[in-house]
Design a binder for this molecule. Structure first.
Ligand SMILES: Cc1cc2nc3c(=O)[nH]c(=O)nc-3n(C[C@H](O)[C@H](O)[C@H](O)COP(=O)(O)OP(=O)(O)OC[C@H]3O[C@@H](n4cnc5c(N)ncnc54)[C@H](O)[C@@H]3O)c2cc1C
Length: 395
């Protein structure tokens, strides 16, 4: 009989095995032939491990912020970085994002594998878990190769997104009632055709919907929008939802109005288009499309009607888009949906209905924005489950 079976050797499973006490009898079961297939391609192969923000601000970057808060507080970005550095994995930082110094995700997988080898934990590859049967004193883990008995199980089977690496949610779908899955960290197809010709144009924008404000670069890509701002927004938006884009987030409306009015008064012979482009430093192709859409293409500053100026300012700060769809989940980078957080005790990561069964990582509902938030949650939630198992053995 095992003390712990960890199902899935992705980010959360590898972390769990690396910190599970070597005195425990531990087995990991992974359906792929190797560990960490998704982890290996994270951050474009560089592996963005976490973010250098105050941990108190982290929950704002996830769906289900109140569920993730105690988990992240208990095992913060600083603790995670300490764990890597003291274990010999050098780190580097770029724009607040933390990567291994090697800039190779494989070095993170190697770091975990060394720890696991040192701990002496057993790993079965190319074996898929099909079911978990609870019994009063044990759990029976049924796989396509046989059955294993254990006292505790950590389900670290990940989300549904990005199937080229073998993502598979069949186990959690069989065990739990999962409301829905949808794509997160995904480009967004929009209803409007106005900006279709702007492929390749990138602008730092602020996306606005409900109480969310997302400030980051966005890229036009024909029928869809993409880039960090759109990826992050896709975690919250669904088909039919409306969001607004502020193309000049560094100016509030008053500042923008005063700036444009004074430029217009000073340069009555210039085209308004030229004035706006140089004053706001926006890409020429974008300005051309915007002015065509607002039917003020060739208006000179001296002829600009006040109502047209106000209309322009409003649209620069509030252009409305409607979500037509997102990338399908097999191509998206993140999973919206998963095991319902109401079923989980977020002090332990165990099911409220069975404290021997833990669920961690992207198999759960919370999804973080881009920038290292999802790996941090995978590691923090895994650490929380392992702490609770260790506490059981101390008693
Ligand atoms: C292209 C891409 C880039 C990304 N970049 C970043 C980044 O830089 N930073 C960041 O924070 N996040 C990033 N993410 C998100 C991040 O990779 C995931 O959130 C994270 O890997 C989730 O970890 P996990 O352990 O929960 O799941 P996974 O890493 O997906 O691991 C789950 C494991 O369980 C196995 N498994 C599933 N079902 C079974 C079963 N029934 N039996 C046995 N094994 C099973 C799977 O084969 C897999 O190995 C990226 C995602 C993608 C797709």
């Amino acid at each position: 009989m095992f003390d712990v079976i960890v199902i899935g050797l992705g980010a959360a499973g590898l972390f769990s095995l690396s910190v599970l006490d070597r005195g425990l009898n531990v087995l990991a079961i992974e359906k792929n032939e190797v560990a960490g297939r998704k982890l290996k391609i994270t951050g474009g192969g560089r592996c963005n491990l976490t973010k250098i923000y105050d941990i108190k601000s982290f929950p704002n970057y996830y769906t289900h912020p109140s569920f993730v808060r105690p988990i992240l507080n208990a095992y913060s970005n600083e603790k995670l970085m300490d764990y890597f550095v003291s274990g010999g994995l050098q780190l580097t930082e770029e724009d607040g994002k933390v990567f291994p110094k090697s800039e190779k995700a494989q070095s993170v997988i190697d770091f975990f594998m060394d720890k696991i080898e040192h701990n002496g934990h057993k790993m079965n590859f190319s074996e898929k878990v099909l079911d978990i049967e609870p019994h009063p004193d044990k759990l029976v883990v049924l796989t396509d190769k046989g059955r294993h008995l254990t006292r505790n199980v950590i389900i670290a089977t990940g989300g549904k997104a990005y199937t080229p690496v073998g993502s598979d949610t069949s186990l959690i779908e069989d065990l739990f009632d999962i409301e829905r899955f949808s794509s997160g960290l995904s480009p967004i197809y929009i209803e409007s055709t106005a900006f279709r010709d702007l492929s390749g144009v990138s602008i730092r924008v602020q996306l606005k919907f409900s109480d969310k404000r997302i400030l980051a670069p966005m890229l036009f890509a024909g029928k869809y929008l993409t880039g960090p701002a759109i990826f992050d927004a896709s975690n919250y938006l669904e088909r039919g939802d409306v969001f607004r884009i502020d193309f000049v987030p560094e100016f509030d409306e008053d500042k923008l109005r005063n700036l444009l009015l004074s430029e217009i008064v000073e340069n009555p012979k210039k085209l308004v288009k030229t004035i706006v482009q140089s004053a706001l430093d926006l890409p020429e192709r974008f300005i051309t499309v915007l002015f065509n859409e607002l039917s003020i293409r060739d208006v000179k500053a001296g002829d600009m009607k006040k109502v047209d100026l106000y209309n322009l300012i409003f649209h620069l700060k509030n252009w409305e888009f409607k979500v037509r769809s997102k990338f399908s989940i097999d191509k998206a980078y993140g999973t919206v949906g998963g095991v319902n957080v109401a079923m989980i005790d977020n002090r332990t990561m165990a099911l409220k209905s069975n404290e021997s069964v833990y669920v961690v990582g992207e198999a759960l509902e919370p999804l973080g924005q881009s920038g290292g938030f999802n790996l941090q949650f995978a590691f923090s939630s895994a650490n929380c489950s392992v702490n609770n198992i260790h506490n059981k053995y101390k008693q």
